[in-house]
Write a protein that binds this ligand. Structure first.
Ligand code: PFF
Length: 457
């Protein structure tokens, strides 16, 4: 059997996994979720979830992957629990669903980079025309899937890790550069206040459920992406500290993305934040006008940098999303990596056609979309997003429950102790023990039910 490949060192693994985590979820979704969910109040709930509920799932996924050196479905079989492979299959399906629409949005981001580079700031006002111009966005989506496939085809260290080592530091530099600049603008503080001043009155169960969904999606949890990346991690490495770095990285970038965005928005509105379009529109509708207000030269520089940064962040995530089904085909069907990449990229692109067209006007499609449960075509991606979020929560709940009660904690601890001197004596072990056995199964189970009820009934 051909070697599966490995990350060359700890940094390579952390950057690749952080690359998976940092994506559209951080830069596009997190800032407006914070703003809509009560500012700092949301951030506090989000942070608590990341470190108490998500971190243990992250650690468990990596441990299962590294122990078995297998894809998410094969991993459960390798541990001796063949029926649990369906949990891995659920993860692979979730990944396919996510990539199918994520790739389309990533294509928009890349398209916006091209528009900004040409100084077309009016694009924000033409957003709905833009995304209904099917042929143009299809070309961008094909380009994006092509770039993703190319990186994945080069393998773990030569493709995924190499791309992350170039793209992640570039991304950080770009964010810090734009952030530093945005702080110098008039009304920057108004923007930051708007972003962060806590509104505890806006916290309710829906917001709390939303924070957990966002945390799961943002950390790429619950679908075996981390099982897959963990399967390429050397036994010498410390899983717990790597997982902590990945979590900090992800949370940090999301937080900085907001700090970078809101001062820009406040500047362009002259400090009047009453009419800001939140939600998806914040980036694709509002921002081009914000860049325009910086003047033609700076507008082009900062605007194109921003959308390039968004595209880079998305690319390291699409790579991880594609790697999950690819690793499955390579492991289970002994397929050649290139063949697996081509097959999966084509299938997922085709699965993404409804998302691509979902914003266009086709009667047949509208009927189909209404049939599957969304109110109108533009809701199709939202519907897929909700479905995927629910699968991720279910996946995360089942993964920790499996580790604690089926695989058994002693085995989990044994894997975590490899490459971690003193693990058995450390407080971290106690923390993992409590969270994986009790806190995560109980709270994730409860919140899963709540989110399902909230979304579908
Ligand atoms: N974490 C990515 C983001 O925040 O944009 C999305 C994602 C990537 C989810 C990979 C799941 C995954 F396996």
């Amino acid at each position: 059997m051909a070697a599966r490949g490995n990350f060359s060192n700890r940094l390579g693994f952390i950057l690749a996994a952080a690359g998976s985590a940092v994506g559209l979820g951080n830069i596009w979704k997190f800032p407006f979720e914070v703003e809509a969910g009560g500012g700092a109040a949301f951030v506090v709930v989000y942070l608590i979830f990341c470190f108490t509920l998500c971190f243990p799932v992250l650690v468990t996924e990596i441990a299962i992957g590294r122990k078995t050196e297998k894809n998410p479905a094969g991993a459960f079989v390798a541990l001796g629990f063949p029926k649990w492979k369906y949990l891995g299959v659920l993860g692979i399906i979730s990944g396919i669903i996510i990539l199918s629409f994520y790739n389309v949005v990533a294509g928009w981001a890349f398209g916006y980079f091209i528009e900004m580079a040409q100084g077309n700031f009016d694009i924000g006002n033409q957003f709905s025309d833009y995304i209904t111009n099917i042929w143009r966005i299809a070309v961008y989506a094909i380009l994006f899937m092509g770039a993703t496939a190319l990186i994945v085809s080069k393998g773990v260290s030569g493709g995924i890790e190499k791309a992350a080592k170039i793209l992640m530091p570039t991304l950080i530099l770009m964010i810090l550069g734009i952030l530093a600049y945005s702080f110098t603008l008039p009304n920057a503080m108004t923007g930051i206040k708007y972003y962060l001043v806590p509104e505890f009155s806006e916290l309710n169960l829906r917001v709390v459920g939303g924070a957990l969904r966002q945390a799961f999606f943002s950390l790429s949890l619950g679908m075996g992406a981390l099982i897959t990346y963990g399967s390429y991690l050397s036994k010498k490495e410390n899983i717990v500290s790597s997982a902590a770095s990945i979590t900090l990285f992800d949370v940090g970038i999301a937080f900085f993305a907001g700090l970078m965005l809101f001062p820009l928005v406040a500047y362009s509105t002259g400090g009047d934040m009453s009419n800001i379009q939140g939600g998806a529109g914040l980036i694709f509708v509002t921002l081009p006008g914000v860049f325009e207000s910086l003047g033609p030269v700076l507008g082009i520089v900062i605007g194109s940098l921003f959308f390039l940064l968004l595209s880079f962040a998305a690319l390291t995530s699409t790579v991880s999303l594609l790697e999950v089904p690819v690793s499955y085909i390579v492991d289970e069907y002994k397929a050649n990596r290139n063949t697996a990449v081509i097959i999966m990229a084509v299938i997922i692109f085709i699965a993404g056609i409804p998302s691509l067209l979902g914003n266009g006007y086709s009667d047949m499609l509208t009927n189909f979309i209404t049939y599957v449960g969304a109110d109108n075509p533009t809701d199709f991606m939202t519907f897929l997003g909700q479905l995927a979020d629910i699968f991720l929560l279910l996946g995360g709940f089942l993964i920790v429950t499996f580790a604690a009660y089926v695989w058994k904690k002693a085995n989990l601890h044994e894997e975590l102790a490899q490459g971690h001197e003193g693990y058995h004596q450390s407080w971290v072990k106690t923390f993992i023990n409590i969270t994986v056995s009790y806190l995560c199964p109980a709270l994730l189970g409860m919140l899963f039910v709540l989110v399902v009820l909230n979304n579908f009934f």
